[in-house]
Design a binder for this molecule. Structure first.
Ligand SMILES: Nc1ncnc2c1ncn2[C@@H]1O[C@H](COP(=O)(O)OP(=O)(O)O)[C@@H](O)[C@H]1O
Ligand SMILES: [Mg+2]
Length: 371
């Protein structure tokens, strides 16, 4: 085989094939619990899954899934746990400002654009928040490219080994940087210099096969786009039964695929990413429990309802939980259109089955009272 063939993207993609879904044994879960971070339990046997970057061929993580499927929720959790549990340094590049509140709650250091190496050279664990939300699009990209260049330069001066890891997080907008030399260098050379990249995307085909083979951990949340599903079937030889499952995942449910240092390949389902939430979170209980930020729920309720919703909002704020059926019932009572409720709840991530059940109960109660 020629050198070219060996490194062609299709050859590399084949190296990442996962023929069977395997779940960790108790022994492996126990071993990883000492030096990994808890993500959630596997679906079949309920085994706790600990992500253990040191055990993988590289520290990079790719998170794919459609909008609202749970990518950011996982990413926030990875960020906090990689810092607080494993004592790493984290750099969060926030293109939209979506992490601004979270970073405040989490006590992140705000970057003042005075030079990355100055901040990172202090060896303490921490999260550096780089907010680009207020900038114009062009400025954002050049600011991000500058930062990534500085990180790549700094990275090469780091020696891995006993040093803490450095993680760079880019939620969605990394595609803007994918042609940048320094970004490619972070992925290619990151392992050697103890630097990992965490990127998320709505499309799995955003990641070229060659790049994919440089990323040891993949989280696949709900995906419905045909092209993405076919890509999973061909590149990972997942059967259509599995891709069907990916298509019908609820919020937080995901498929994990990993390539270990020993050459061990794992692929298994997580029944729900278990997380820590900051800020006011309201648990909405349908068949699954969906955690919505209070502010997001407030927005939905205000948009949907015609009469005064302040009592419902007060109740949510004090109780922090509500049944999906009760929420729907209250929305109907407050004059919300049923189709609009359904649309909003779908976008918020509820499954059709759960919505159908909750609607039936809610409508029953409303019509019973009307009699
Ligand atoms: N594992 C989970 N458990 C409970 N709620 C979740 C979970 N994952 C996501 N959510 C909630 O679902 C909504 C959408 O999640 P998000 O991570 O923002 O989706 P994405 O980034 O894929 O668009 C958020 O309100 C979030 O709090
Ligand atoms: Mg997101």
């Amino acid at each position: 085989m020629t050198f070219h063939k060996l490194t062609s993207s299709s050859t590399l993609a084949n190296l990442m094939v996962f023929p069977d879904l395997t779940e960790h044994s108790i022994a492996i879960a126990q071993e990883h619990s000492m030096s990994g971070i808890f993500i959630g339990c596997t679906e079949k046997t309920g085994m706790p899954f600990f992500l253990n970057p040191k055990d993988l061929i590289n520290p990079h993580i790719f998170v794919a899934g459609m909008s609202g499927s749970g990518k950011t929720y996982l990413t926030k959790n990875l960020m906090i746990k990689l810092y607080a549990v494993l004592g790493n340094q984290i750099i969060l590049i926030d293109f939209t400002g979506e992490y601004a509140d979270f970073s405040e709650f989490a006590g992140c250091t705000r970057y003042d654009f005075s030079g990355i190496s100055k901040v990172l050279v202090k060896k303490e664990p921490g999260i550096l928040y780089i907010g680009l939300g207020g900038m114009r699009d062009k400025e954002k990209i050049s600011a991000a490219i500058n930062v990534v260049e500085e990180i790549a330069g700094f990275m090469r001066k780091r020696t891995s080994g006993k040093n803490r890891m450095l993680y760079v997080i880019l939620d969605e907008a990394w595609k803007l940087l994918s042609l940048d030399k320094s970004f490619a260098a972070l992925i290619r050379e990151g392992r050697k210099y103890g630097t990992g990249i965490i990127i998320t995307s709505q499309l799995i085909e955003d990641l070229e096969a060659g790049m994919l083979s440089n990323i040891a951990t993949l989280f696949i949340f709900r995906i419905q786009r045909e092209a993405s599903l076919r890509r999973l079937e061909t590149d990972y030889q997942l059967s259509s039964a599995y891709t069907h499952k990916v298509q019908t995942f609820g919020i937080g449910e995901c498929l994990v695929m990993q390539l270990g240092k020993s050459g061990r390949r794992d692929a298994f389902f997580i029944s729900g990413v278990v997380g820590l939430s900051v800020g006011t979170i309201i648990k909405v209980k349908g068949g699954v429990v969906v955690e919505l930020e209070y502010r997001r729920l407030e927005e939905i309720i205000t948009k949907l309802t015609k009469s005064d919703s302040s009592e419902l909002l007060r109740k949510l704020n004090s109780e922090k939980a509500i049944g999906l059926d009760e929420l729907i019932e209250q929305l109907i009572r407050l004059g919300a259109n049923k189709h609009d409720i359904l649309d909003e709840m779908r976008v918020a991530g509820f499954k059709n089955d759960d919505l159908a059940d909750a609607f039936a109960i809610a409508l029953n109660k409303v019509s019973f009272d009307g009699k």
